[in-house]
Design a protein. Sequence first.
Length: 486
Amino acid sequence: MKGKKFPEDFLWGTAISAFQVEMGRGEPSDKTDWWAWVHDKGIQEKGITSGDTPLDGPGFWELYEEDFRLIKDDLRCQSVRMSIDWGRLFPESTEDIGVDVTLDDQGNVVTVNIEEEDIKALSNLAKQSSVRRYREILESAKNLGLTVMLTLFHWQIPLWLHDPIAVHKDILSTDKRGWLDNRTLIEFSKLVAFIAHEYGDIVDLYNTINEPRIISEHGYLSEWSEFPPGKYDAQLYLKVMKNLAIAHGLAYEQVKKWDTKSCSSLGPCTVGLVPVLQVFTPYDPMDPKDVEAAKLIDYAFNEWGLNAVIHGDYDMNLDYVIQPEEQLPHLVKGCDFFGVNYYSRWHIKHVNKGAVPLENFKLMPCEGDCTDYGWEVYPEGIREVVTWAYERYRRPIYITENGIADKEGDQRNRYLKVHIEKLQQAISEGVPVKGYYHWTLMDNFEWSDGYRIRFGLYMVDKESKKRIPTKTVKLYREIAASNSTV
Ligand code: BGC
């Protein structure tokens, strides 16, 4: 039977992120919160991180050209999604570059006014070898004809803005508190202005922030607290969610201002947010408490951040009602598309844990069809989430991540095939999905879990760094080359 076609200009690609793939060859990036976090002995001893470090990574910092060739020639894809490491470009503070900032009466950052002379000052401060290397990397992708989707924040903050170990031990002991403070929003705006100015001639599509909810949840709300700074506090979770929504808007404005040379065939610099959308369902659909908990989690995790970015609605007490002081339309700056990361469905059980409703839930262990990570395989969900997001917010969508932790490589083909079928179905039903990026190109540093978890289409030999294809390479090539389901 013939496969069902995707739209003519559909983009197939793979996604990677700087911290997860760059190291292993060449100069390490050792001045960020994530670096400090995974190297800290105390955090390792608590079992929060695995003890693995990104130094054993795939070495993309030197081997990028080979990787782009795999994407283009072996996988027959048209695009790559990658990110830039803030700490490589600015290992030293940019705070001395004074810019005009306006705040609203609640103290939220409304505008960061960056001028030509500030860009010059940023250029002088930036680490020149990193600036050059990122240009080489991006140009290499471009020269091969790949459409470049660049993520501006895929999780590392420079240490001069975030000392996660100090925050973890005693939040009052430091003023380097990452996304909890306006400082980080202001400096992030400078970073984005610099990147858009510097690489605007190469980048086709920008993602502002990768998965604001995961940053906030795993840093401030999850029982495991395995992301920096691992500080369990529901109020901090909300504060960071709020600041990341504001940061999206600030970044959006900077790209629009500074990418004056946009090279894209997709139109002048296109800028979107990347939420992870998951399906949340009650563990026991007959138990009203589970039903209520699943409703709240769906609202807090999937909807809340999009309501903030698109409508300026910041429901700070999570009561589903937007009070006048929670309506902040002046913080809405725009969002040209959603990059949706979709992996799984979760069953939510109500448990009594804390003082605020948001704490009183548990993600139940996967039963049935589960991945190495214990995530449920639920292909229908990809259709559900893109349909929901489009119907509600009317933005075009790229699937910016979808993939499976499958060390043995025996589940990945089925996972990919069925998710692609469900995605095609959503498109045929009218959802404007413009591209699909498989997570991920090659086995990489899976954050606090290190190398135990393997999402790669290619395995990587630890010593030689040779990329070894899994069975799924052939399947994904067939899909991308035929632009259809198989
Ligand atoms: C992140 C990736 C991560 C993947 C698998 C996403 O949350 O964007 O960096 O490796 O999921 O866990």
